[in-house]
Design a protein around this ligand. Structure first.
Ligand SMILES: NC(=O)c1ccc[n+]([C@@H]2O[C@H](COP(=O)([O-])OP(=O)(O)OC[C@H]3O[C@@H](n4cnc5c(N)ncnc54)[C@H](O)[C@@H]3O)[C@@H](O)[C@H]2O)c1
Length: 373
């Protein structure tokens, strides 16, 4: 396909991100189809009209079902709250559209399984928003591990901490409900950590977890001291066993004061170790246990055109990419898949494997035992 028409549902944090990616991807990658921004959807007509204009969409609607019947639209972005993902994704697939849906896939494991079945049945391209996997530094880490640079991998340490709910007085929102968000930190943050563990070490085979609510009530905005219950996890920690025998520790929190994008991973091997911190996402740190002991230490490798797809975005080493640029790379992979080229996008089937892990955290915590995957 030389041109791909897109529809966008939602114009919040992720909606704007997808819109920026649509605007940039042809200029960045060249060798991808042109993207025509056809229709944007959000619930408020005034806001939808305004953002359609700002985001470069030809039209707007307040009813997402309008995108389904439009033959000019081939790909639909779903950036609405988690509770709407399943209905929107299944309807889009049924209408013959490709789907780029934000993570987590849905509220429950059953929902995610049904979405995956719909993708298999309709044979459309699906993709989930696992942008951190597209970080050139992370992909370089994967290549180093595959090349045996740190030897046999036996241990993974990962933590993902943010402070967007750290203040106990922050108002209650849809993110804190089972109905609209499903899981809490597990769906927001832990799934990213699991995606990185799977990418670098392999699939998790079993785990023992603890998931807790820390701030159990939140004030309702503008309702004079009234509060509402927090229904999903603030914190989730687990020890895990990978299917290949490696082990790991994964911890996550949305109530971690001071952490903004504190997603940090370490991979330990028999010859060395590497680590990456998303708050410095253009730096990969590598230690190889060789040479004169007096000179050993971590090597800080700055992202550069030597690490694909960095050079598509910036010719200058060490100048750095940001989160929104990872979304452009993510979109290029989706367009490759639609064009029938090799693609690294995380489709619904791969996403389901991640969902099984985060739901296993919840199950293990509830039952107080190890869960096999
Ligand atoms: N990949 C990532 O790193 C990442 C980061 C943040 C959020 N997310 C995910 O993205 C999704 C959205 O999160 P967000 O932070 O952008 O939320 P947000 O609240 O900023 O935006 C949600 C948008 O959906 C719109 N919306 C709600 N109901 C709608 C409907 N019926 N029809 C059309 N639009 C509707 C809202 O008006 C709003 O514009 C969530 O699933 C979240 O987990 C992913």
């Amino acid at each position: 396909m030389e041109r791909i028409g897109v529809g966008l549902i939602g114009t919040g944090f992720m909606g704007k991100c997808h819109a920026m990616a649509y605007g940039a991807v042809k200029a960045v990658f060249g060798d991808v189809p042109h993207v025509d921004r056809i229709t944007l959807c959000d619930v408020d007509a005034v806001h939808a009209k305004l953002t359609a204009d700002e985001f470069g969409f030809a039209g707007f609607t307040t009813n997402w079902c309008d995108l389904l019947a439009d033959p000019k639209i081939h790909l639909i972005s779903i950036t609405s709250p988690n509770g709407m993902h399943r209905e929107m994704a299944e309807a889009a697939l049924e209408a013959g559209k490709h789907v780029w849906c934000e993570k987590p896939m849905a509220l429950t494991l059953t929902d995610a399984e049904e979405m995956t079945a719909a993708a298999t049945k309709t044979k459309r391209v699906t993709a989930l928003g696992y942008a951190y996997l597209r970080n050139p530094a992370l992909q370089h880490a994967k290549n180093l591990i595959a090349a045996g640079v740190i030897g046999d991998v036996f241990d993974f340490r990962g933590s993902v901490d943010e402070d967007y709910m750290a203040d106990p007085n922050l108002p209650w929102s849809w993110r804190l409900t089972r109905k609209d968000a499903g899981l809490g930190t597990l769906g927001d943050l832990t799934c990213h950590l699991v995606s990185m563990a799977h990418e670098l070490v392999g699939e998790i085979g079993s785990l023992s977890a603890m998931a807790d609510v820390v701030h159990s009530k939140r004030p309702l905005a503008n309702q004079n001291g009234k509060t509402a219950e927090v229904e999903n996890d603030d914190i989730a920690h687990a020890i895990v066993r990978f299917k290949n025998g490696a082990r790991g520790v994964l911890s996550s929190s949305r109530v971690a004061h001071g952490r903004k994008n504190g997603l940090r991973i370490e991979v330990h091997g028999s010859k060395g170790m590497l680590w990456l911190d998303n708050e410095r996402m253009n730096e990969l740190n590598l230690y190889v246990a060789e040479g004169d002991a007096a000179n050993r230490g971590f090597r800080r490798i700055l992202s550069s055109p030597a690490h694909p797809a960095y050079g598509k975005l910036c010719p200058a080493p060490g100048h750095g990419l940001g989160f929104n640029e990872l979304k452009v790379i993510e979109l290029a992979e989706i367009l490759n898949a639609i064009s029938g080229k090799p693609s690294q996008q995380i489709d619904f089937a791969k996403g389901l494997v991640i969902e099984r892990v985060i739901h296993a955290f919840a199950e293990s915590s509830a039952k107080g035992n190890w869960v096999q995957l």
